[in-house]
Every structure is written in structure tokens, then in C-alpha cells.
Design a protein around this ligand. Structure first.
Ligand code: PHE
Length: 453
């Protein structure tokens, strides 16, 4: 891309849908509902919303400010502002995290494709043991998961090479509304089941006996992952924002969309699970073992409905995963393109190829071949925990310190107020969050993960 001719999002709606697409992902469907159910229902949701408002949105803002100010890829964006200080490394950390996440997120995304195929082919029928065996056999197969992960990366690649406006924005404008419609259809179907109300109550009824340290730290960690904070996705997207984009309201809209979709995810899972008396778990086993069984039991009376529900659910998941994967891919693509001065096509190809290698290794580490495992943990699990427990919080933590304490206040304020053309309402509150509240809270979550507190 030529200097001064940097890509931009074409419309405000496109920008919001693309950025919200990054945030809305597997984290909304497989983790949020479970965390809410386990941690006091409505209470968790309230704490989560407070975390999103007080910590998540200010952190989104910071990445927006850094990205739009420098109008370049994440590494250069931090470097431009950091000069020779070590803060310049935070951008590189984001790019590295992005590349690693890209590889393993593609594996889980590929599983969603297999389940679209399996539900379309009517293969998802059997007793609970059947569903567990189906998933375990598939996961341990040395070829199938690789095939689907590679297919998923090729789809992502084909969108990325079309560029920001014609690729990412256009795809998000089609996929996000489709995702929302599917979500609503599934919520309605699930809430109409007998005894569905028990699931709704479980999710929304506050249970004060569950107020624990876990509740607060869990909500915060989930908010950061779900909002895609800490690895340069938001910073890269913001580098394509225009001077007129209102950063505060965009950050708020993205926080709200992501939270609403997470709650709707809960309204699919809990009513259906309670209606058949199954207790929901989290992670891959929830969406690939428990839920197909729940859908079969809950909707099995009318086979066409069961078929459509399962199919819609896996299409929904694939759309959510795809919009997130696009944003993760874009972090590295923009980096390679601008730092090594190659065409977008070539940089996307390099990133796709590297991601494929990581995805293949991750898949193989889960397979029967029992290779690429270290300390009893597969490469897949290593990448998952290193990125979400260490690299993402570190990225978020240093970004707050960078903006709060290092970047000249004038630059921050200019971005915040669109060069003085908008009232800088709550700027003081925002700076307080960046200087103190956010770094302290991220540090607490970080220490908690390692059992220090
Ligand atoms: N926010 C995404 C989700 O909820 C995951 C993600 C994390 C995407 C970090 C991009 C960057 O699944």
C-alpha cells in the first residue's frame, strides 16, 4: 500500500460491525454463559458489565488511540509513540500473540466446519456416549481436523486479500447480521422448550452466596478476552478509522454489542440444557459434546427442527469464529505488508502459510500420534494458555501504562476529542482508568491466574 493512501473503512456501520466481529467470537458462546451460570448468574452479569464499562471500554479506547494516531500496523504504531523506550516492544508482542492465536484459533474454528458438515449430513444422532466418542475420534484423527483448519484459513485468506473495505468490511456487513438473525432464532427456539424458564432463571437470578474472588477476577479476564483486548486487533482496525470516527462511542457500541451477544448465547444454552436436565460445562466439550446431545434431546421430537437447530448453531459459531479470525489475521498481515514492504497479497500468503504450519502442529499435538507434546500438555493447550493467560494480559497491562504514563497527554486528548471538535467528556475518568484502575486490575487477574493471590 502506498504511503498517504492507506486503506480506510468505508462506512461507520462497516467499521462497527467489523470491530464487533473481532470481539464476538467463540469466547461469547463457549465461555461467557458457563462463567455466568457458575458464578451467581445475574450477579456475574452485573460485575461483567461493570468490568466492560469501567475497564474494557477504556482499554478499547487506548488501542483505538494508538492505532488511529499512527495509522500503521501495531508494531509501528507503538514504536512511533514509544521512541527508543521498551514500550516499542509491546506492539511486537501483540503481533507475536496474534500469530500464535491465529494458529490455534483456526483449529477450533475448523472443528465448527466439521460440525456443520456432520449436522448437514445428519450424522449427529445417538446417545450421550456417541457424542463424546464422535468428538474424541474426530479430534484424534490425524487428517480431518487439519483439513478443516486449513480450509478455514483459506476462507479467511480469501477475505483478507480483498483488502479492508472490499474484504473485511464487506464480509462483516454480511456475516454479522446473519449471525444476529441466527442467534435470535436459536434463542426463541431454546426459550420455547418445556422447562426452559429454569435455565433463564439460572442465568439471571442473582445468587449472593456465590460472591467470591473468582467472580470478580473471572469476569475481568473474560471481559478482556471477549473484547479482543491486548493483542493489537483493535489497534490495527483503528489504524483504518477516519479522522471523523468518534472513538468513545465506537468503543461503547462494541462493548455493548459484544455483551448483548454473550447474554444471548446464554439464552440459547441454558434453557435448552435445563429443559433436558443436562448441566452445561465450558470450552470445547460444551459446544462439541454437550450441546449436540442437548439439541437432539430437546428438539428430537421433530427431526427437521433438530436438524435445523444443530445446523444453524454451527453456522453461527463458524461465523463468529471467522469474523474473529479475520481480525487476528489482519494484525500480522498489516505488519508483514508494512514492515517488509511487500504487497498485501504476498503478506497475507506468508501469514496464512505460517498460521497453517502452527494449526497443523496444534492439530497433530491433539491427535493419536502423540507428538509435539511437552510436560503432558499438547502444543494446542500450551498456545491456548500462554496466549490467554500471559501474553494477552501483558499486552493489555503495558498498553495502559504506556498511554496513562508515557504518551504525551496532548496526543491522547486530541484523539479522544477528535482534535477538539468533540467535548472531552469523562477524559479525566478515562485517564484515571489508564493510570491506575486498569493496570492494577489486570495485574490482580494475572497474579490470581498463577495462584499468587
Ligand atoms: N474476542 C474473541 C472471542 O470472544 C477472541 C479474540 C481474542 C479475538 C483476541 C481476537 C483477539 O472469541
Amino acid at each position: 500500500m502506498e504511503k498517504g493512501n492507506r486503506a480506510n473503512f468505508g462506512s461507520k456501520l462497516g467499521l462497527i460491525l467489523a470491530t464487533a466481529g473481532s470481539a464476538v467470537g467463540l469466547g461469547n458462546v463457549w465461555r461467557f454463559p458457563y462463567m455466568a451460570g457458575q458464578n451467581g448468574g445475574a450477579l456475574f452479569i452485573i460485575v461483567y458489565v461493570v468490568c466492560v464499562l469501567a475497564l474494557g471500554i477504556p482499554c478499547i479506547m487506548s488501542e483505538f488511540i494508538i492505532g488511529r494516531h499512527s495509522a500503521s500496523n501495531t508494531a509501528r504504531a507503538y514504536r512511533k509513540l514509544a521512541g527508543k523506550t521498551p514500550f516499542g516492544l509491546v506492539g511486537y508482542l501483540g503481533v507475536l500473540t496474534g500469530l500464535l492465536v491465529n494458529g490455534y484459533y483456526a483449529v477450533v474454528s475448523g472443528w465448527c466446519f466439521e460440525y456443520i458438515y456432520a449436522s448437514a449430513a445428519g450424522q449427529l444422532n445417538g446417545d450421550p456416549q456417541f457424542f463424546a466418542d464422535f468428538f474424541n475420534t474426530f479430534e484424534k484423527d490425524p487428517v480431518k481436523p487439519i483439513f478443516w483448519a486449513v480450509t478455514f484459513l483459506i476462507v479467511t485468506h480469501l477475505i483478507i486479500i480483498r483488502g479492508v473495505k472490499d474484504g473485511i468490511e464487506k464480509a462483516s456487513k454480511m456475516m454479522m447480521p446473519a449471525l444476529f438473525v441466527l442467534l435470535i432464532v436459536l434463542v426463541v427456539a431454546s426459550c420455547m422448550l418445556p422447562n426452559a424458564w429454569a435455565g433463564v432463571e439460572y442465568l439471571f437470578k442473582p445468587d449472593f452466596s456465590k460472591v467470591t474472588k473468582e467472580l470478580f477476577l473471572g469476569a475481568l479476564g473474560q471481559a478482556f478476552f471477549s473484547l479482543s483486548i491486548g493483542m493489537g486487533c483493535l489497534c490495527t482496525f483503528a489504524s483504518y478509522f477516519s479522522k471523523e470516527t468518534n472513538l468513545t462511542s465506537s468503543a461503547m457500541q462494541i462493548g455493548i454489542i459484544d455483551t448483548v451477544i454473550a447474554i444471548l448465547g446464554g439464552l440459547i444454552i441454558f434453557p435448552a440444557a435445563f429443559s433436558v436436565g443436562v448441566s452445561p460445562d465450558s470450552g470445547p466439550s460444551l459446544i462439541f459434546i454437550t450441546l449436540p446431545n442437548v439439541f437432539q434431546e430437546a428438539f428430537g421430537g421433530i427431526p427437521v427442527v433438530e436438524y435445523l437447530v444443530a445446523l444453524s448453531f454451527y453456522i453461527l459459531l463458524s461465523l463468529a469464529a471467522l469474523t474473529s479470525l479475520i481480525s487476528i489475521h489482519e494484525v500480522s498481515t498489516a505488519f508483514v505488508e508494512e514492515e517488509f514492504n511487500v504487497s498485501r497479497n504476498r503478506s497475507a500468503t506468508i501469514v496464512t502459510a505460517v498460521s497453517m504450519v502452527i494449526a497443523v502442529l496444534c492439530s497433530l499435538s491433539l491427535s493419536d500420534l502423540d507428538i509435539i507434546c511437552l510436560g503432558g500438555k499438547s502444543l494446542f493447550d500450551w498456545l491456548d494458555s500462554i496466549t490467554s493467560q500471559i501474553l494477552l494480559p501483558l499486552g493489555g497491562f503495558f498498553t495502559c501504562l504506556f498511554l496513562g504514563w508515557y504518551v504525551p497527554k496532548k496526543i491522547v486528548k486530541d484523539q479522544y476529542t477528535n482534535w477538539g471538535t468533540m467535548p472531552g467528556k469523562y477524559f479525566g475518568v478515562y485517564m484515571f482508568c489508564m493510570k491506575f484502575l486498569c493496570p492494577i486490575c489486570i495485574l490482580l487477574v494475572f497474579l490470581h491466574q498463577f495462584g499468587v493471590i
